[in-house]
Design a protein around this ligand. Structure first.
Ligand code: FES
Length: 138
């Protein structure tokens, strides 16, 4: 592994995210007192640069639509991972429901919603109807 400088510590203002580009990958660098976080620099929602985010507590709030990049240090420590080095992605909730013995359906179009809900109601046990949505349309 080749190390490279992302930015200069002396240039970082406390809780003021800045952009860095490494190997053509956008990063956001934020100083929190005497610590620093380096995260993927594009918002998972619509790809805005997180260097335009604001800091609220330990979280970065995207400047475009307000998505929250939470610091989950408690979960990192519980998993014995270094803080800031996990990828935050939603699991497939419907598959998870099935693995647990319940009903699971993942709905991607409005046409499939009614049948999925009916199947969930007909199921003898707990279930999840996971509806894939675009927050811009809500
Ligand atoms: S692009 Fe970040 S919240 Fe929409």
């Amino acid at each position: 592994m080749t190390k490279c400088a992302v930015t200069e510590w002396s240039s970082l203002e406390d809780r003021k995210p800045v952009h860095a580009l490494v190997a053509n990958v956008d990063l956001v660098v934020t100083r929190f007192d005497d610590k620093v976080s380096v995260l993927y620099g594009q918002c998972a929602h619509r790809g805005a640069l997180m260097s335009d985010a604001t800091v609220s507590g330990n979280n970065l709030i995207c400047g475009l639509h307000g998505w929250d990049f939470g610091k989950i240090s408690k979960e990192h420590k519980a998993g014995e991972w270094p803080v800031w080095q996990t990828s935050l992605r939603n699991p497939n909730f419907s598959s998870y429901a099935k693995l647990c013995g319940g009903f699971g359906a993942r709905v991607k179009t409005a046409d499939d919603l009614e049948a999925a809900i009916q199947n969930a109601l007909d199921f003898d046990g707990p279930g999840i109807v996971e509806i894939m949505s675009d927050t811009e349309l809500i």
